[in-house]
Write a protein that binds this ligand. Sequence first.
Ligand SMILES: Cc1cc2nc3c(=O)[nH]c(=O)nc-3n(C[C@H](O)[C@H](O)[C@H](O)COP(=O)(O)OP(=O)(O)OC[C@H]3O[C@@H](n4cnc5c(N)ncnc54)[C@H](O)[C@@H]3O)c2cc1C
Length: 491
Amino acid sequence: MRSQVDEIKKYLKPWTDKLGISSHEMGMTLDTTYEFTEKEIRPKSMEWDKEGAKIEDGVCKLPTGMEDIYRRLGEEIGLTLLPVPETYGGDGKPILYTACIEILSGGEASIGVGSAVNATTIDMISKYGTEEAKEEYLPKLAMGKIYGSIALTEADAGSDLRACGTTSELVGDSYILNGSKIFITNGGFSGLYIVHTVDKEDEDTPPRERAKFNVFIVSKDTKGLEFVRNEEKLGWHTSPTTQLSFDNCVVPKNHLLGERFNGLKQYFWGLCGGRYNFGGAWSIGLLDAAYREALEYSKNRITFDKQIIYHPEISKKFVKIVRDISMGRQKYLYAAYLREVNDPLSVLEATVTKVFCTEAAVRGVLDLIRLFGCIGYTKECLLEKIYRDVYPAVIGEGATEVLVSEVIIDTIKKKNPINKGTATLPNFENFVQEYLDEDYFRQTLGKNRKRFVPQYEALSFQYDNEEKEVMIPKQLIESDVLDWKLYHIFT
Ligand SMILES: Cc1cc2nc3c(=O)[nH]c(=O)nc-3n(C[C@H](O)[C@H](O)[C@H](O)COP(=O)(O)OP(=O)(O)OC[C@H]3O[C@@H](n4cnc5c(N)ncnc54)[C@H](O)[C@@H]3O)c2cc1C
């Protein structure tokens, strides 16, 4: 079986070639990240999970040594340079950062997610920040001196961002923010927060009729911003999930992102990156780590005189999971590429990617933990941790149901596809050989190879006289999470 890094390199190369990134640089970046993860992150992950992150008297404490890891990701291996534009001291190669998120997440979920939300904050400041704000924050983010968090969710506004209750009021040369946010990843650790607010002028308008939203960069040390508490959670113990309170927080006018009143549209743009960074790379990183751990265990565990991997039901599970990892990886890297070249299909592709990868990861990890029998239910089993950690994938940055209803179906209807068809993964033969070149898988595949071929439903759209295609994995359409809606589009 090829290594995770080799697989990523194979699928990344067509896009880095197009973007003019050399194979040498791509290889070096991924190899360094992998070595760092294996040496410095993975061995500590289970201990960190036991220790947990805390908020004490408004101060965030990450598990011992984790803050240092974040710092070294910037200072030592230069990872945080990648998403920041060159003009502001970065490397301007966000697609490489995306691929590294998969590697980091496989070592420790919370470092992967911390890096993913950091990418969203960098994206938003780079695109919408004033010149002063870019100069103030981007060089520090590039060096990993600070990280950023995204702050949208409130007690009465999660999926529905129009229901936001945190207000911003323009007074003289500043805005005054009041309200609170909950479930903010890395809240208290991050040096800045991208905060979604409703303009005071629209505070009393019913949510569906509101039009005036503002988004701000708020520094950690702003007077009136407090880190109230950390949620007690099923997983993500190593990641603070913090309640933030804004009490007459004064934010300078030049920390407004983009245009006044246009905040919601801007945040939708920012969250698109989160769909392939967190939804795609992060989820696939966790699924890949679970797969590798389960594969080793299944080769060693004997029942009924056989290694359990030789039971056809078990190797069939592995074949399907490997197929999903392969499809998910191709999709998130493609989505990252489309975003980088400003392709009009990038939002739809990123959303399909998020839904596919997160559902595949949550389902796949649940399938894999079973292979460990009773051991899988104990703290000594890595899968127990991954099982707890993977679940927020299908909720965070857009729950599956919301993304299907509000983004995928909506976009398909508006853009009116001109063609439908089916497609298979072009390099399926290679995929079988490279991933599954082992006896137990060959036996399982046998004459049934076709059943495992990754299949897509393809939709083509017309954009400026050019026909463009988006491929929706068939498993998604046929799964029963939500999919009568998607199903009807294709039948
Ligand atoms: C560990 C963790 C970390 C998080 N980190 C952050 C963070 O850093 N920053 C941040 O801002 N937020 C964060 N969140 C919050 C997360 O983004 C929200 O939980 C998410 O947006 C869903 O909002 P909600 O929980 O209020 O669910 P609700 O909006 O109440 O939705 C509940 C469920 O209803 C269904 N539903 C809702 N609307 C529709 C619809 N239109 N169609 C069909 N079904 C629908 C879906 O199944 C959905 O899951 C985090 C959450 C977790 C668990």
